[in-house]
Design a protein around this ligand. Structure first.
Ligand code: ATP
Ligand code: MN
Length: 483
């Protein structure tokens, strides 16, 4: 049942019923006129294709047609006719056109020409009206839907973990404070510290960097859960892969060891990418061509060997390579770019954290496949990861993707209370703040695992866009929180 009288362009193109009377509503992309007829290209957001409306000046007044300009919103009523032009099966012969919202052509910022992505970021309130961003956000929707569909089919429960947290436990990044204190008159304790007792929560509070710890609590009761929510990191990293506000998907599973965890993560990634391939063909075709044009602007040796759709199919059809951090370090140490000092961060010894350039070398040059790295040195990973018997490494797993680097970070969690508290002491994580987390290890503990997928990094990969600011509707980055 439709809730109003308009027919979506997507439905019109799917059924193409010549002779049917319909109403379409949307935004004018372009208008072309000659003495006898006016052609209007309309986009209503339901599909990337514009829909052609043919207006006969003997039927539609000049006064109305004058207001049909790029950016205006119109409603058009008429009859579907077989289209003369190529590319589209039907068009609308307009009987009447109503102007819902004018757009002064002198002032409308989006002209029917190619605008730079930088310029479009400045007009984030309008950029969704372009082909590129329409495609990106339809794909984003499909991926979000696929995430829920996948976990629902697997019997996982969708859990909402808190956005405001009282624990700075994860240490995953700098946090944003949440306070109602007057910053001009901050109350102080006798020792001269901020007196959080007088703040809203009567303690220090922050925006969450991850839902994992609470997700684990849920897994220790409901067995298989996932979160899908916003996370915040005040890290001042102005890269093309970091946002201050991003969405993360974090499954947590009781009774999964690292192997099970990797199997789930790989299956899940392939499922959501396949879903996009199956349900976003037109948008991905468009984005594929777009990415190919961008590639032409790169130096020959920087161009990727595969087109976008080819790359997506490749990931879906091939097994991810699995190896340990230690094996990866050996490969990197002996690699050409390391020997020729091409890495900005040379790989010297065991124990250093991998930079994005190293991750991308492994994925794009060495294996030419997505890679899962496991068993990282405990020093560069969080306190909650399960310790291996070697005393040096933990049961971590990061998934590395071409063009992105790390897309998933996960681990088997430390379920043994003594091991966990010992590691917390070494890393100066205060037990007091995490008493509730530790209780899951005191009462009915179980082996369990989980991972975090950055939703925008997934969107970067699937859309072929290259800056994370262009796959979230309204990006928040250092110095920028417009719209
Ligand atoms: P990186 O080393 O790339 O900063 P991380 O090790 O901080 O990542 P985790 O804490 O493991 O990342 O977070 C899990 C996932 O969340 C990452 O694999 C990535 O996909 C995503 N992610 C992390 N930080 C950001 C960010 N600032 N913006 C967008 N996505 C992010
Ligand atoms: Mn980080």
């Amino acid at each position: 049942m439709a809730f109003n009288n308009r027919t979506k362009v997507k439905e019109i193109l799917a059924s193409a019923e010549v002779g049917k009377s319909i109403v379409v509503k949307g935004w004018v992309r372009t208008k072309r006129s000659n003495k006898n007829v006016t052609f209007i290209a309309l986009n209503d957001g339901s599909v990337i294709s514009n829909f052609q409306i043919v207006a006969d000046p003997s039927q539609i007044s000049e006064e109305i047609l004058k207001k049909v300009t790029t950016g205006a919103c119109i409603s058009a009523e008429g009859v579907l006719a077989a289209s003369q032009g190529a590319g589209q099966s039907v068009e609308l012969l307009a009987k009447s056109i109503e102007i819902l919202g004018e757009a002064d052509p002198e002032k409308y910022p989006l002209q029917p020409k190619k605008h730079s992505l930088e310029f479009l970021r400045e007009i984030g309130h309008l950029r969704m009206r372009t082909n590129t961003f329409g495609a990106v956000f339809r794909v984003r929707h499909a991926l979000a839907f696929a995430v829920h569909k996948y976990f629902n089919e697997k019997g996982f429960l969708y859990m909402n973990t808190p956005i405001i947290t009282g624990s700075d436990a994860e240490g995953a990044g700098e946090m944003f404070h949440v306070t109602t204190l007057d910053l001009n008159k901050v109350p102080k304790t006798a020792e001269g510290q901020v007196d959080y007792k007088q703040d809203f929560f009567e303690k220090e509070a922050n925006l969450t960097v991850s839902g994992q710890l609470e997700g684990e609590l849920a897994a220790m009761a409901l067995a298989e859960i996932y979160t899908f929510g916003p996370t915040f990191r005040a890290e001042n990293s102005n890269t093309t892969r970091h946002l201050a506000e991003f969405w993360m998907i974090e499954p947590e599973m009781a009774f999964y060891d690292l192997e099970d965890n990797m199997n789930l993560a790989e299956d899940f990634m392939k499922y959501v990418i396949r879903y996009a391939l199956d349900h976003c063909a037109e948008d991905l075709d468009f984005l594929d061509k777009r990415a190919a044009e961008e590639e032409q602007n790169k130096k020959a040796d920087q161009r990727s060997e595969m087109g976008l759709i080819e790359r997506l199919k490749f990931v879906v059809d091939n097994e991810f390579v699995r190896l340990t951090y230690t094996e990866a370090i050996d490969i990197l140490r002996n690699s050409q770019p390391n020997k020729k000092k091409k890495f900005a961060y040379p790989v010297e010894g065991w124990g250093t954290d991998l930079q994005s350039e190293h991750e991308r070398y492994l994925v794009e040059k060495h294996f030419k496949k997505p890679v899962i790295l496991t068993d990282y040195p405990k020093e560069i990973k969080a306190f909650y990861m399960r310790q291996n018997d070697d005393g040096k490494t933990v049961r971590a797993m990061d998934i590395l993707f071409p063009g992105i680097g790390e897309i998933v970070g996960g681990s088997q969690r430390e379920e043994r209370l003594d091991k966990l508290t010992a590691r917390m002491k070494e890393m100066h994580v205060e037990e007091e703040n995490l008493w509730w987390y530790l209780e899951t290890r005191k009462f009915g503990s179980a082996p369990h695992s989980g991972f975090g997928l950055g939703f925008e990094r997934l969107n970067l990969f699937v859309s072929g866009m290259t800056n994370i600011r262009d796959v979230i509707p309204f990006p928040r980055t250092p110095g920028s929180a417009e719209f």
